[in-house]
Design a protein around this ligand. Structure first.
Ligand code: GRF
Length: 186
């Protein structure tokens, strides 16, 4: 039986959302941080906290093999919920099926607007006055699963990609821990 309160976070880079999920954990426990990038900046922080990590450089490894190894690591740690946080990799359909309804992700737009990459520039180019972020359930279709919650931020006329990214990121850091703690209870 998988325990939904036992959470693994998957990262590929800086890991600022991952840090907030660990520090603000409420009703769940982060028991593993996994990465496809052994040099991901966020891993240093995880290790300094004494939290277990699992990493395997996915470069040059067949997708199937990498995803199977990840699945094994999650099972070894009796993970019940998987939280993607800047994880820059598409998971295999069989993996998503195996974890159906138990994988969540944070996306830097107000879904269903701007699925995929470059969300901030696309919002600015469209002349939007409101942007934001969403936490959603991961399905086979990119950024298209049930939206569990979202947070809005204003887009100012002089915003650049970087200023908007910063504002949205601050909203992500509040939204994701709150939604994850609701999600593991349902
Ligand atoms: C965040 O903007 C998140 O919405 C997106 O990737 C970025 C990850 O940032 N999925 P960080 O690694 O959590 O700092």
């Amino acid at each position: 039986m998988r325990d939904p309160h036992r959470v693994a976070i998957l990262i590929s880079g800086r890991g600022s959302n991952m840090q907030e999920l660990v520090e603000q954990s409420n009703g769940y426990q982060v028991v593993l941080v996994a990465s496809n990038k052994p040099l991901a900046a966020g891993l240093e922080w995880v290790r300094s906290r004494g939290l277990p990590t699992w990493t395997w450089d996915s470069k040059g490894v067949a997708k199937e093999r990498w995803d199977e190894a990840l699945c094994q690591a999650l099972d070894d740690h009796r993970i019940g919920t998987v939280a993607l946080a800047g994880f820059m990799r598409i998971l295999s359909p069989w993996f998503i099926d195996r974890w159906r309804g138990r994988i969540v992700n944070i996306h830097p737009s107000l879904l269903p607007k701007y699925r995929g990459l470059d969300t901030h520039q696309r919002a600015i180019d469209a002349g939007d006055t409101v942007g934001g972020c969403s936490v959603h359930v991961v399905t086979e279709e990119l950024d298209a699963g049930e939206v569990l919650g979202s947070a809005e931020v204003p887009i100012e006329p002089d915003d650049t990609h970087d200023t908007l990214e910063q504002r949205v990121l601050a909203a992500e850091h509040l939204l994701y821990p709150r939604i994850l703690s609701e999600f593991v209870r349902r």
